[in-house]
Design a protein around this ligand. Structure first.
Ligand code: B3K
Ligand code: ZN
Length: 874
């Protein structure tokens, strides 16, 4: 496969002003008539070149230029390219293609999902529908006519406004849609199906009335309310916080079961994976409710950050994704608990993005090259990209940041631009120089801050030295120091913030400062420091970096209960737990377990005056995945045992506290999605999980009872999960069976039922995974099922996946190879855990490498899997 480079970017040779599409949809295929109004781009360097249109898996039926049919000598159909050598400066091109949506298992372009037609065009799916200059800097106005059988497909949708509809012969009908906003073809969408419509409306800040519509399969009609409410909250929030008003008269959301990712922001017609939009108290957990709110918001926010202002090329993907993730995280933070939201974002970043950034697929937020763009919808582009925008927000402050975003939207409305244009708008609006800051977009790798300090009692000074180092990553060595906002506070002996007086001529002595690191080494001096402080470093996780500082366990325990920054209170707890668990890895069974940890957790559990949402987070032990990420040459089994030992020890020591905590929290009231109510359920379920970890009979009874009585999925799932991970085999089998019987006809719930089993090392290892794959509800063609069994197994059931005999790796390699034939995008995602092989001790690493080689040697590998496997083995 060939590599595409950013440095090779050229403006398009041809522009498309208007696209007229007519879809004839049938059971055995679809005919697509496309009429493109095109002209040569005056900015192109090649003023006489041939016209080249992208295509993929298309059957070309006819081509006509300005109304004249072309014969096969006048064009060349190369499969992935349609070339017409001789075209005038401006012309109309008519192309008819035949495609087979019902055989489309890649789920790119036009395909069928439970009987309905739907599309996914980002990044390069539009070329699977018709020949087109499939690149985001070609923006056109679209008109789309859809024709289909009226009884099977009463609902016909596309972008924009429906301007005409009517009946046709043979029981068929049509609807025509027109989108007034020029857009890149990746934002095109079409849906045809037998769907129920849920309506609502929204009145915009300027008083325009927007029609809100959700389309779902009839059995899901009671699961739309939460998404609809989330949509309205998002629309209001974007007006209030960013001054962005919705632009079309209709906004539509469609739920489909077979979808490669979470959702897609097609103009005016967002398409969602069912699991990321449908919810009811009975079937969705708190986590799912929150995820849905966030994804609905994310897709909606794209209407400005992505659609009105889009990407010049796919190297700029983070322009829309990083910014939009930042926006949706601000939104979630405003809707719930800001500290909890920050903890969740940082957990994902540190566990998964840091791992990516330290592995063979590491790439900058603005990559310089790719083979398959689908492989670059990564945690780096999304999550690190959002952190980069967040740092700009921190450096500029909220007012100047808003000025910058206003300028960005105003300056680039209707354009396809670059991350550099975004930074430039921020600079121009604020007067700040962000030239060094731009390195965050260019350099891959997670910076490491090594911090040391010195207190001089006599002089009353405290010196903090911060050294930054950015590790080498594939193709990038000897990096330059980056511009890093570093928030900190200093705590005195009673846990209060000390005034931060610095010799910078500034008389101000705030309780917290954001220092700016720009050099490899910086020493900051604080004056009038009356006692040796305990530093609270990188508050709010002000930059996506690793921090090392020689904290004592005593200091961590102190920060856990006193830091005025909630995030850092949590972080201190994580560091303490990581330190305790890591010190037990490979240690003899009778090695003592740090009593401070028990004391700290007891305090958290028994003091109801503490912020319960934060407490619920603080009681979650660092995950195995995070412990592995932090370790050098990790021995997974040893880490697993050490973590289990700590969990057992905590559960035994805190048994009475756990029972008291469980009983103290009243969950009998009406189900609510407030941070306090969510925290209550989370705490109770953590208490339950810990009790069942030691096979406590009383805990078992509580769990079985909770499972039976629960009026919501969070509590039902909490009980199920606790029982599945316990040694009570009979109860486990019984509840699993009962659960399946109750929900077997609900795919979203069955996915959770799969996950709870495939993530558990307690239920029988690889055999159990194979059994799940043989289950009647498993479906190779459905990405959610594949992810919930195979993806969850390899990503969360780490003790089984990393079995010493390598069976987990070989198993994954087999599944990837099989899936690659039908859905390369999903197959390439599943490879991820194996790509980290170099990090592991040879007991794991050698066999992981062998599994990658096994995939590499398969015939006819897709470009997606090829890229991941070859880069990982390089
Ligand atoms: N923009 C889409 C992702 C498309 C992925 C294509 N392989 C969803 C989102 O980020 O909002
Ligand atoms: Zn997005």
């Amino acid at each position: 496969p060939k590599t595409t480079y950013l440095k090779d970017y050229r403006v398009p040779d041809f522009l498309v002003d208007h696209v007229d599409l007519r879809f004839e949809l049938y059971e055995d295929g679809a005919r697509v008539h496309s009429t493109l109004s095109m002209r040569r781009n005056p900015e192109s360097v090649d003023s006489r070149g041939a016209l080249e249109l992208d295509g993929d898996s298309l059957k070309l039926e006819s081509v006509a230029l300005d109304g004249d049919a072309l014969d096969t000598a006048q064009y060349e159909d190369l499969g992935d390219l349609l070339v017409i050598a001789d075209v005038p400066d401006a012309f109309e091109l008519q192309v008819v293609t035949w495609i087979e949506p019902h055989n489309n298992t890649r789920l790119e372009g036009l395909y069928k999902s439970s009987g309905m037609f739907c599309t996914q065009c980002e990044a390069e799916g539009f070329r699977c529908i018709t020949f087109f200059p499939d690149r985001p800097d070609v923006m056109a106005r679209f008109r789309t006519r859809i024709e289909a059988d009226k009884s099977s497909y009463p609902i016909l949708l596309s972008n924009g406004n429906d301007i005409e509809r009517g009946d046709l012969a043979d029981g068929r009908h049509f609807v025509t849609w027109e989108d007034p906003f020029p857009k890149p073809c990746y934002l095109f969408a079409l849906v045809a199906g037998d769907l129920v419509e849920k309506r609502d409306n929204f009145s915009t800040i300027s008083g325009r009335d927007i029609d809100l519509r959700m389309y779902v399969e009839p059995r899901n009609s009671e699961k739309c309310e939460h998404a609809m409410d989330s949509l309205k909250r998002s629309m209001r929030w974007d007006e209030e916080v960013y001054g962005r008003e919705y632009d079309l008269d209709i906004f539509m959301i469609v739920a489909v079961d077979d979808f490669n990712m979470g959702a897609m922001e097609n103009k005016g017609l967002n398409i969602f994976n069912s699991s990321c939009v449908l919810a009811s108290q009975e079937t969705a957990t708190d986590l799912a409710f929150q995820r849905i709110e966030a994804i609905v918001a994310h897709e909606y926010f794209h209407n400005w950050s992505g659609n009105r202002v889009t990407c010049r090329d796919w190297f700029q993907l983070s322009l829309k994704e990083g910014f939009t993730v930042f926006r949706d995280s601000q939104f979630s933070s405003d809707m719930g608990s800001p500290t909890v939201k920050r903890i969740e974002d940082v957990t994902l970043l540190r566990t998964a993005q840091f791992a990516e950034d330290g592995g063979p697929m590491a790439h900058p937020v603005r990559p310089a090259s790719y083979m398959e763009i689908s492989n670059f919808y990564t945690l780096t582009i999304y999550e690190k990209g959002a952190e980069v925008v967040r740092m700009i927000h921190t450096l500029l402050g909220p007012e100047l940041f808003r000025k910058g975003s206003d300028l960005y939207f105003e300056r680039h409305d209707g354009q396809a631009v670059t991350t550099d244009d975004f930074v430039k708008a921020m600079e121009d609006a604020s007067g700040r120089d962000l030239s060094q800051f731009r390195l965050w977009y260019e350099q891959a790798g997670t910076p490491v801050l090594n911090i040391s300090d010195r207190y001089d009692e006599q002089a009353g000074t405290y010196n903090l030295t911060v050294e930054q180092a950015i590790p080498d990553t594939p193709g990038q060595e000897d990096k330059r120091p980056q511009h890093i906002p570093f928030a900190l506070g200093l705590l005195d002996g009673s846990g209060n913030d000390m005034p931060l007086k610095m010799a910078d001529g500034d008389d101000d002595a705030p309780a917290e400062r954001v220092l700016e690191l720009t050099e490899t080494s910086h020493t900051f001096e604080f004056n009038d420091v009356s006692e040796r402080p305990v530093p609270s470093l990188l508050r709010q996780f002000s930059a996506p970096v690793r921090v090392t500082y020689p904290w004592t366990r005593e200091q961590l325990q102190f920060l856990m209960s006193h830091d005025s920054d909630g995030f850092n209170r949590w972080d201190a707890g994580q560091r303490l737990a990581v330190d305790v668990i890591s010190s037990l890895v490979g240690a003899p069974d009778k090695a003592e377990i740090e009593p401070r940890l028990v004391a700290a957790y007891r305090h958290l559990m028994s003091d109801p005056s503490l912020d319960q949402a934060l407490v619920a987070k603080m009681l979650q032990l660092p995950s195995e995945a995070y412990l592995i990420e932090l370790a050098d040459s990790p021995d997974v089994q040893a880490i697993h045992r050490a973590r289990e030992r700590v969990l057992t020890h905590l559960a035994i020591s805190l048994r009475e506290d756990l029972l008291a905590c469980y009983r103290r929290i009243d969950c009998t009231g009406v189900y609510e999605l407030t941070p306090v109510a969510i925290a209550g359920r989370s705490l109770r379920n953590t208490a339950l999980a810990w009790l069942l970890h030691i096979d406590d009979e009383e805990g078992r009874d509580l769990a079985v009872n909770q499972f039976r009585e629960a009026d919501n999925m969070t509590d039902r799932m909490g009980a199920l999960r606790a029982l599945v991970n316990s040694g009570f085999a009979a109860d486990r089998d019984q509840v699993l069976e009962a659960f399946y019987q109750q929900f077997s006809d609900d795919p979203q719930v069955v996915e959770q039922w799969f996950s709870v089993q495939s993530s558990s090392p307690a239920t029988g290892g690889l055999d159990q995974i194979r059994q799940l794959m043989a289950h009647e509800a498993f479906d190779w063609k459905n990405p959610n099922k594949v992810r919930s069994v195979i993806g969850v197994f390899a990503g969360q059931n780490l003790a089984t996946f990393h079995a010493a005999d390598g069976s987990g790796y070989r198993f994954l390699a087999d599944q990837v190879s099989r899936l690659d034939d039908s859905n390369p995008q999903i197959a390439a995602r599943l490879v991820t855990p194996l790509t980290r092989w170099k990090k592991f001790a040879p007991v794991h690493g050698d066999q992981m490498k062998a599994a990658l080689e096994q995939i590499r040697d398969k015939q006819g590998l897709s470009r997606d899997v090829y890229e991941v496997v070859h880069k990982s083995l390089a």
